[in-house]
Design a protein around this ligand. Structure first.
Ligand code: M24
Length: 545
């Protein structure tokens, strides 16, 4: 890695901790549990609090219960829940004992859940009251799911345990927290999480995140330049879905810092602003869609944000203009941007607070490297030359679950991960994302894979070919739009096609960008959908409507 145009992040502020992510989490929670009344989580909607002491006690008992239930380092559990106070309890307990956690979107349809579970085959599903019905239907079809535990219900229902009754049933009767210790195992090889991503192409794949990957995220979270100063009780407000890597690994990182995390499961503008003010929030996380909303909001001036030090945005492109408007409206010194992929665990480019460049997605985080490669000849490019971004370092995923072919298509033999994004960096190593090479659509920061919507469209008896792409949208960033070719003599309306898709896929994948009926889908020489051409056609079609 000696090429002069490879950019390296700085040395870490603190040395990287020994042990597993579970051991690190255990040590942190044990420490904060000793601070009387130290609040870990506050539900922004109900104002209910959970103390570090509560989390520490419950997660140790739950870890013992999971072991007694028969789970070990070869087991996988799933979590399917909206953001709530219980979400991280099974996650943390699993980290202690080396059980893998797979996290699925709580809005997913039955079809989407079946696809994702088939990759990871979880034996226990931790769901919420809200997702229980869908999970139950899925369980009847998947033999490897042994049981369901309802995390935000004490006793459970329909024959399934709530979190407390599961613990009462399986925890040792003489359990003594003093004797509990998290397990030790090989942190580089033990998979802590399997998240989902379509990567640069195709359907969702399982992204394996090791304990080592997670340890690196924890370290960056504590870095005073790229993260937050470790100062227990610092109030942080988050509305980012925990099921997505962005929400999952920022929030777990906050717990290792002892912060007070105020959570929301649904964004409500007034409530969000009220919480910022009432809890004297110092830092908050947003996605660009919400940044745009606050750029235009008429409510901001009614609240006091004097404690707010930073707003961070990530998950999708944020324009310099919106970033600057929001910064001024909240009277901040800077807006922090983060850029990451599910495949990089967490943000791998972050705005360092000592060196801010508006419009940039930041600089390479400690212990990682980035390069920009000319897509026509593979040469490594210098400053101000756009090309494809590649990354290397210990936050890069271990690979796609049971999919060596897809793994070697995205990580080369030297360990460089292809991002599928076009970017450049300036003379001072600040990065700017300018385009997406891969087919991925980002609707409000959520991943939407065109191939998945195309597969659904092709299941319609009257559709013989389909192409899907994302078209630009002021509110959502991008919205999915489709072109379809109908069987000779068949006629369908746009609404029929849209409803066919919305009947099977979750709302982020609905064809909000419209449907166009064509004689032929534009394709490249190898028969792949020519998404650039298709996007042009569908964008024009939409703007004419
Ligand atoms: P996944 N600008 C432009 N495009 C972006 C972007 C950005 N800032 N961030 C992501 N993308 C697009 O769903 C790219 O096309 C994530 O989005 C993801 C995963 C983990 C962490 O993954 C890219 O290829 C984060 C995002 C994250 N974002 O911000 C922070 N973390 C963060 C911010 C402040 O697979 C694709 O989305 C502080 C700390 C943070 F961690 C990847 O989409």
């Amino acid at each position: 890695m000696e090429h002069e145009n490879i950019l390296f992040g700085p040395k870490p502020f603190y040395p990287i901790a020994d042990g597993t992510a579970g051991e690190q989490m255990y040590d942190a929670l044990k420490e904060y549990a000793k601070i009387a009344g130290c609040i870990a989580l506050t539900d922004g909607h109900t104002k209910e609090n959970v103390l570090y002491e509560d989390i520490f006690k419950v997660t140790c008992r739950l870890a013992n219960s999971l072991t007694n239930y028969g789970l070990d380092t070869n087991s996988t559990i799933a979590i399917c829940s909206e953001n709530n106070l219980q979400f991280f309890l099974p996650v943390i307990a699993a980290l202690y004992i080396g059980v893998t956690v797979t996290s699925v979107n709580d809005k997913y349809s039955e079809r989407e859940l079946l696809h994702n579970f088939d990759i990871t085959k979880p034996s226990v599903i931790f769901c919420s009251v809200q997702t229980f019905k869908r999970i139950l239907t899925v369980k009847t079809k998947l033999k490897y799911i042994k049981t369901i535990v309802i995390i935000n219900h004490n006793n459970g229902f329909q024959g399934y345990h709530g979190l407390n009754s599961f613990i009462s049933n399986y925890c040792d009767s003489d359990f003594d927290i003093k004797n509990f210790k998290p397990n030790s195992f090989d942190r580089s090889n033990q998979i802590a999480f399997v998240m989902y991503s379509s990567g640069t192409t195709g359907l969702a794949k399982g992204v394996m995140i090791s304990h080592k990957n997670l340890i690196l995220r924890f370290s960056i979270c504590k870095d005073p330049t790229f993260g937050n100063q470790i100062n227990p009780t610092t109030p942080i407000l988050t509305v980012i879905p925990f099921q997505h890597s962005f929400g999952m690994f920022t929030t777990l990182g906050y717990l290792t810092c002892g912060f007070r995390i105020i959570i929301m499961h649904t964004f409500e503008e007034r409530l969000f602003l009220q919480l910022l003010q009432d809890y004297k929030v110092e830092s908050t996380l947003l996605v660009p869609t919400l940044m745009s909303l606050f750029a235009k909001s008429s409510l901001i001036e009614n609240y006091d944000f004097s404690h707010l030090k930073e707003i961070a945005s990530g998950g999708a492109p944020l324009s310099k203009e919106i970033s600057e408007i929001v910064r001024k409206r909240f009277t901040l010194d800077f807006v922090r941007q983060g850029y990451g992929l599910t495949e990089t665990t967490s943000a791998i480019l972050i705005t360092p607070d000592t060196d801010v460049r508006a419009g940039s997605t930041g600089k390479v985080v400690p212990l990682h490297a980035a390069k920009v490669v000319d897509i026509s000849n593979g040469r490594i490019l210098g400053p101000n030359q756009p090309g494809e971004l590649y990354f290397k370092g210990d936050m890069i995923m271990k690979g796609y679950c049971n999919n060596a072919e897809a793994t070697s298509a995205i990580i080369d033999k030297d360990g460089w991960l292809r991002s599928g994004d076009i970017a450049y960096y300036d003379e001072d190593a600040h990065f700017y994302i300018i385009d997406r090479l891969k087919s991925l659509i980002k609707y409000k920061g959520f991943q939407v894979a065109p191939a998945e919507i195309e597969a659904v469209l092709l299941e319609h008896p009257d559709i013989i070919d389909a192409g899907v792409t994302g078209i630009d949208d002021e509110h959502a960033g991008q919205i999915p739009a489709a072109a379809v070719v109908l069987k000779k003599g068949k006629q369908l309306t746009e609404d029929v096609v849209k409803n066919f898709v919305s009947g099977q896929l979750s709302p982020m994948k609905w064809l909000r960008g419209g449907v166009r009926f064509l004689d032929e889908i534009p394709k490249g020489p190898t028969g792949k959908v020519d998404r650039e051409h298709l996007k042009e056609m569908l964008q024009k079609h939409k703007s004419k409507l």
